[in-house]
Design a protein around this ligand. Structure first.
Ligand code: TXA
Ligand code: MG
Length: 323
């Protein structure tokens, strides 16, 4: 038995025994449990300190299982599932009665996706229930993109982190709901808006960065202060001007492709020297984790171009600036 399959076997055992396990996906690490175990699901919410009204994503290994979870599949949901699964798109659809309210925050809908990660696909195939898994971070903090990030957050609180290496996509899945069978983007994410529109035509994007953390979100996933470093963070479309304004501070800079020289800059991370948005997305959270550990007064992040994954990055950086 190889090491990885031994680890998967251990995760299977723990999950069958109603424990929770951190699992790798292509987007971020998740904190997973059996969707039918109130004990496991409660442990997920308590470990994350997440309010119960904020529902979880159900992870399945194959498209055929969708019909056992949801009551209705709009034609455009079918097209999106076929085009992008396994992959970073989550579909919010009308739920079947047996899906517990604890998973959906009492809503009539359930969020579902097939993650594109070989380790977690093997794990899901070895289980006879789907896994509910929110991102494996305390509520409102930066999502983990390595097993080490999860260890740093929850070392002694969870029995196992299943290590599948660094996450390739690097930010969460794009969440799509339906109104009158028409798709609406609830959360921008690892699948670019343009790629989605190429499959189903024009799609409405809910203006997401609005609501306060204390309120139940109308379209959850949309809580305002989210994905946030502890260090004060600001988003800038003019780095030199912003740096001049904070010249007396110890600033950490997060830039897209080109280093900036300025006396206030104590440390800086370039996300992609080649200007590749996929690469920048993959490194975004790692960079925020890193800058957040350097005892800075301020993180200044460069605003990204407003297309493709640049839109999704700007969404996360905007949320990171809320306090
Ligand atoms: O990439 C991802 O989506 C990762 C990996 C682990 O799969 N998961 C993730 O889960 O980001 P989480 O819980 O951090 O974010 C899922 C969001 C939540 O903010 C929740 O509000 C929203 O999905 N959501 C879940 N069920 C929903 C529903 N029925 N209606 C609207 N939004 C829903
Ligand atoms: Mg999350």
């Amino acid at each position: 038995m190889s090491i990885i399959s031994k680890d998967i076997a251990k995760a299977v055992q723990l999950l069958n025994d109603e424990h929770i396990v951190a699992i790798p996906t292509e987007t971020v690490y998740g904190l997973a449990g059996n969707i039918y175990s109130p004990k496991a699901i409660t442990a997920i919410f308590e470990t994350k300190k997440r309010p119960f009204f904020n529902p979880l994503i159900v992870h399945i290994p194959a498209i055929e299982q969708l019909t056992t979870i949801v009551a209705h599949i709009p034609p455009k949901a079918q097209l999106l599932a076929k085009a992008f699964w396994p992959g970073p798109i989550t579909l919010v659809l009308e739920k079947q009665d047996h899906i517990p309210d604890l998973i959906t925050g009492g809503k009539p809908t359930v969020a579902v996706r097939i993650p594109n990660h070989p380790v977690t696909l093997s794990l899901l195939n070895a289980l006879d229930f789907p896994l509910a898994a929110p991102s494996a971070n305390p509520f409102s903090s930066i999502s983990p993109t390595t097993a080490q990030h999860v260890e740093n957050y929850f070392k002694d609180q969870i029995p196992m982190v299943l290590d599948g290496g660094p996450c390739r996509s690097g930010i969460e899945s794009t969440i799509i709901g339906f109104e009158n069978d028409e798709p609406i983007i609830y959360r921008l994410g690892s699948t670019a808006l343009e790629d989605i529109e190429a499959v189903v035509g024009p799609v409405t994007v809910k203006n997401t960065v609005k609501q306060k953390t204390e309120e139940a979100p109308t379209a959850p996933g949309m809580l305002d202060r989210h994905y946030a470093p502890k260090t004060t963070t600001l988003l800038s479309n003019n780095l030199l001007e912003s740096l001049d304004q904070h010249a007396n501070k110890r600033v950490g800079l997060l830039v897209f492709k080109t280093q900036i020289s300025h006396s206030a800059v104590k440390t800086q991370v370039v996300l992609s020297e080649n200007g590749d948005l996929n690469e920048a997305t993959a490194h975004l959270y790692e960079a925020l984790h890193q800058l957040d550990q350097e005892n800075l007064d301020l993180i200044i992040a460069e605003e990204f171009p407003d297309y493709g994954l640049g839109k999704s990055i700007n969404d996360r950086l905007t949320r990171a600036t809320k306090s």
